[in-house]
Design a protein around this ligand. Structure first.
Ligand code: IMP
Ligand code: MG
Length: 182
């Protein structure tokens, strides 16, 4: 493995694993949304790499958009309050089938908040697609519609995911060595 960063404890998904996961997800989404009006909504910044890969693999048309939320108190623990930092600037969502694209679900608070928010704003439908899920960390009941891979309760980085804004460009998903943040 080239480019194995010194701060990575172990690799959970290689570049090749990720390619297979993404192309499987894209074919399911292409099938499910072929008669719908898809808007893929990327949650910045973590989902940007996943979103770029996923949209290239779709066999159906899509529009894209971005939102940014902040929920983190410290670098590894969520504060639990979701703040919208960048909103979706579209007046009418009533003809859009929105698929929220997220990097990872932890407590579930971010995505459950965003689903409710977009439905309240009048979206025709709202579903969620996450690359990673940490179900053992759930605080609110939340199950994604599409999920790439379930991960254990460890801090993961790479493929868009950061610790203190670093490691996002790593082409694999790995566990960060605890000594980096403790
Ligand atoms: P939730 O609202 O607790 O589900 O938080 C989800 C957000 O927390 C994700 O969008 C990530 O930005 C961040 N997050 C949670 N776990 C990790 C992790 O292991 N590595 C990097 N970011 C994480
Ligand atoms: Mg995120």
């Amino acid at each position: 493995m080239t480019m194995l960063n010194n701060d990575v404890l172990k690799i959970l998904a290689s570049k090749e694993d990720i390619e297979n996961i993404v192309s499987d997800l894209a074919s399911k989404i292409s099938d499910d949304y072929k008669d719908k009006n898809l808007l893929m909504l990327c949650i910045l910044k973590g989902a940007v790499v996943f979103m770029g890969d996923l949209m290239k693999h779709l066999s159906i048309p899509t529009q894209i958009d971005f939102m940014k939320v902040s929920s983190y108190g410290s670098s590894t623990e969520s504060s639990g309050t979701v703040n919208i930092v960048l909103d979706l600037h579209r007046k009418d969502l009533s003809d859009l089938d929105i698929l929220i694209v997220e990097d990872i679900i932890d407590s579930g608070k971010t995505l459950s908040y965003l689903v409710d928010y977009l439905l309240l704003k009048g979206a025709k439908s709202v579903k969620t697609c996450t690359m990673l899920d940490k179900p053992s960390r759930r605080v609110v009941d939340f199950v994604p519609n599409y999920c790439g891979m379930t991960v254990p309760d460890e801090f993961v980085i790479g493929y868009g995911l950061d610790y203190d804004e670093n490691y996002r460009a790593l082409p694999f998903i790995g566990v960060l060595k605890p000594e980096v943040y403790s």
